[in-house]
Design a protein around this ligand. Structure first.
Ligand SMILES: Cc1cc2nc3c(=O)[nH]c(=O)nc-3n(C[C@H](O)[C@H](O)[C@H](O)COP(=O)(O)OP(=O)(O)OC[C@H]3O[C@@H](n4cnc5c(N)ncnc54)[C@H](O)[C@@H]3O)c2cc1C
Length: 285
């Protein structure tokens, strides 16, 4: 049986409290829902002397919308994100992603902040956050700063946070009128599985022209992958089947998959093209 090494536990009550606690030990770790962290501590893939629970910090569980956009507390549980009226109205694709991570029990604990900080190549929420131009807002010993979500995951399981920093919230700008977004993934089972490939897309169409398009991929590179060229190919054009085909081919060409127990690289690349075409068709109508 797997045995977890003992660790000290602190439930922080404010952002400053969490910064102090994280600065007190070199291998302190943040706990949000724990659906990744506890599994990793049990299996020995990660170690921690101190675990800092951030779920009791009001700012970390808040989901707040204003004229500029949505502030998603880093520890807000998926179940609350999926049910939130503002999220469902203005970011329906985000509500869908929150409702596909794990199953009901996992969604009661798991956060989108944890999904991002865990930096798995397969993280389902991250391609959509990139497509929606989300920014990670972090706090640490040197104060607060923002990181574009496409720059946040830097290697499998590694993120851009400096020592002592943690994610406070994710800010998603309010989508312009005419914007649609979609995340599609392929998993061998209907749920509770890791994506063979995933595609997040957002696009704005105004007066028959695409004014913004962003696409990012899951599970086909060491990190979630922003395919900037797709925007370059689509923006300024009128949506058409040929254009969607061209953009899907760019996404497929950007994929750098590996073969593993879930799928060989060629199959992943193929699925990446299929999902890109479907997701682009869904948002470009
Ligand atoms: C049965 C099961 C099914 C799953 N299904 C899916 C799925 O379908 N799709 C998917 O993408 N994932 C899935 N996962 C993985 C996991 O549930 C998600 O990645 C989830 O979003 C993690 O959120 P959490 O709040 O539980 O993170 P935690 O486990 O609390 O944290 C994850 C990592 O991020 C760090 N961290 C957390 N919050 C912060 C913060 N605010 N600042 C800095 N670091 C932080 C932690 O220290 C840890 O290293 C599944 C897991 C299980 C056990």
């Amino acid at each position: 049986m797997l045995q977890m090494k003992p660790f000290e536990y602190i439930a922080a009550s404010s952002v400053d409290d969490a910064v102090r606690a994280l600065g007190s030990r070199a291998d302190a770790r943040v706990l949000a829902g724990g659906t990744d962290l506890i599994v990793q501590l049990k299996s020995g893939r990660r170690e921690a002397e101190l675990v800092v629970d951030v779920k009791r910090i009001p700012e970390l569980t808040a989901i707040a919308m204003d004229a500029d956009g949505l502030r998603l507390g880093a520890a807000a549980a998926c179940i609350h994100i999926a049910a939130n009226r503002d999220v469902r109205t203005h970011y329906p694709a985000l509500a869908e992603v929150a409702a596909l991570i794990g199953g009901t029990a996992i969604q009661g604990r798991a956060s989108i902040g944890g999904n991002l900080c865990n930096a798995a190549p397969s993280a389902d929420a991250v391609p959509l956050l990139i497509a929606l131009s989300a920014r990670a807002r972090v706090a640490g010993p040197d104060g607060r700063r923002e990181i574009a979500v496409e720059d946040f995951c830097i290697a499998p399981g590694k993120n851009a946070l400096a020592p002592g920093e943690f994610l406070v919230d994710v800010f998603i700008p309010k989508p312009a009128s005419g914007t649609r977004a979609k995340y599609l993934r392929f998993i061998p089972r209907n749920e509770m599985d890791i994506a063979v490939a995933g595609v997040g897309v957002a696009a704005t169409v105004v007066d028959g022209k695409i004014t913004m398009a962003r696409l990012a991929l899951a599970s086909v590179a060491p990190t979630p992958l922003f395919v900037r060229e797709v925007g370059g190919a689509l923006e300024g054009q009128a949506p058409s089947a040929a254009l969607i085909e061209q953009a899907a081919a760019l996404a497929q060409a950007a994929a750098r998959p590996i073969s593993d127990m879930r799928a060989p690289a060629d199959y992943r690349r193929h699925i990446c093209g299929v999902l890109s075409r479907r997701a682009l068709s869904a948002v470009l109508g």
